[in-house]
Design a protein around this ligand. Structure first.
Ligand code: ADP
Ligand code: MG
Length: 392
């Protein structure tokens, strides 16, 4: 087998001890009528939109019965970033096995499923096609409903699986490919109030880490080095700070780090300089994020006084410093910060199965001729150009 990266073995606290088949067997003495009423809805989810190949099974009791994630980090590390062609081939090579393992973990057969959900976009099209074709084939063969889930909707609804958070809530989605603020009013009802005008936060972490020679993926490496550095040594910009609205910008910050770095002769680019630059960068990201999130919280509290929760999702949610800054903000605002456990913040299939389940129980499903969508905004009404139409 090729370098297959980190594999989760399914040790989440959400996994129920008994496979579904045993539960069903245990219920066999009950009347068919009662059985029907307590029927558990089970959905298989598939995620292949970027560099994680994943399959999971969840039920409507908010239990994750199986959650297999195969990270492709090792495959992409030599290139310092995700290579779409390599990603698509790796999905193709591993997905069938992961689906079989997930079904086995959950103790279910295709026949036991109520629906099959997959990421239908947005993402790298080769990977999305692999996942979509697989999900359609299973749905067709097993004669089950099929749901093509928006990957961002998966991130947006995860906290309802993990923490049962009621609508409406404010969502800060920060990952390698996405950087958005959304108001989640309900399933399928998303209002985007901010987005990045250039790089996503995770992307800025990755690129800055690469510049500092910290390796790939950059986010965790940079956070580790930053802990040893002086965040006040280098004066870096705080893009868009003080401006109205909730949009973000990170590319200027990244360029400023490069300018400092290039200002040092190679022999003076010491570990200390790198740690101080990393710490200064992380502090600047924190200041920018908080400034923009504060505007979002203000707008949310004004328009949705019943909402009390800021949800943090996406891989950058792993960053303890940024989490701490956001807790300060929500404490000040009288809100609570909720972030799913890390394994469910980064790309996974449990969130896709769950979003599929939420849509399915509202009576939704998709046709088998659904076309994978490399671009798929969660809020089609949001202005095309970030910043346009943002309320002061
Ligand atoms: P995507 O698939 O869109 O890249 P993921 O949800 O898989 O996003 O998250 C990966 C991103 O999260 C990467 O950009 C990575 O650098 C970033 N990331 C992970 N851990 C940290 C951290 N501790 N600090 C900052 N960024 C992080
Ligand atoms: Mg990823």
């Amino acid at each position: 087998m090729r370098g297959s990266g980190v594999e989760s073995t399914g040790s989440f606290r959400y996994i129920i001890a008994k496979p579904i088949r045993e539960i069903k067997n245990g219920l066999s003495g009950l009347s068919p009528d009662l059985l029907k009423r307590i029927k558990i809805m089970i959905v298989l989810g598939i995620e292949t939109s970027c560099d994680e190949t994943a399959a999971a099974v969840v039920n409507d009791k908010r239990e994750i019965l199986a959650n297999r994630v195969l990270s492709q980090l090792d495959d992409h590390r030599p290139y310092g970033g995700v290579v779409p062609e390599i990603a698509a081939r790796a999905h193709l090579e591993h997905l069938d096995r992961l689906v079989a393992e997930a079904m086995d973990d959950a103790g279910v057969e295709f026949d036991d499923l109520d629906a099959v959900a997959c990421t239908g976009g947005p993402g790298l099209i080769g990977g999305v096609m692999v996942g979509t074709m697989t999900a359609k084939a299973i749905a067709f063969a097993a004669q089950k409903p099929f749901l093509a889930v928006n990957h961002l909707e998966g991130h947006a609804l995860t906290v309802r699986l993990t923490d049962d958070v009621p609508f409406p809530y404010l969502l800060l989605l920060v990952s390698g490919g996405h950087c958005q603020v959304l108001i989640v009013e309900g399933v399928g009802k998303y209002k985007r109030i901010g987005t990045t005008i250039d790089d996503a936060v995770g992307e800025a972490f990755d690129k800055t880490a690469k510049m500092l020679g910290l390796g790939y993926p950059g986010g965790p490496a940079l956070e580790k080095v930053a802990a040893k550095g002086d965040p006040n040594r280098f004066g870096l910009p705080r893009p868009l700070r003080g401006r109205p609205g909730c949009d973000f910008s990170f590319s200027g910050l990244k360029t400023a780090v490069r300018t400092y770095m290039d200002g040092f002769p190679v022999e003076q680019q010491t570990e200390e300089v790198k740690a101080d630059l990393a710490a200064s960068f992380q502090r600047a990201v924190g200041d920018t994020l908080i400034d923009r999130a504060r505007n979002a919280v203000f707008e949310f509290m004004r328009d949705y006084p019943e909402g009390k929760t800021l949800v943090l999702a996406g891989g950058v949610a792993a960053n303890k410093y940024l989490r701490g800054r956001l807790v300060e903000l929500t404490d000040q605002a009288g809100m609570q910060l909720v972030a799913p456990p890390l394994e469910l913040c980064t790309d996974n299939a449990a969130m896709i199965a769950w979003a599929g389940l939420e849509r399915f129980r509202l009576g939704e499903r998709d046709d088998l001729d659904f076309k994978p969508r490399p671009r798929w905004p969660l809020d089609p009404e949001a202005p095309k150009r970030p910043g346009a139409g943002v309320k002061a």
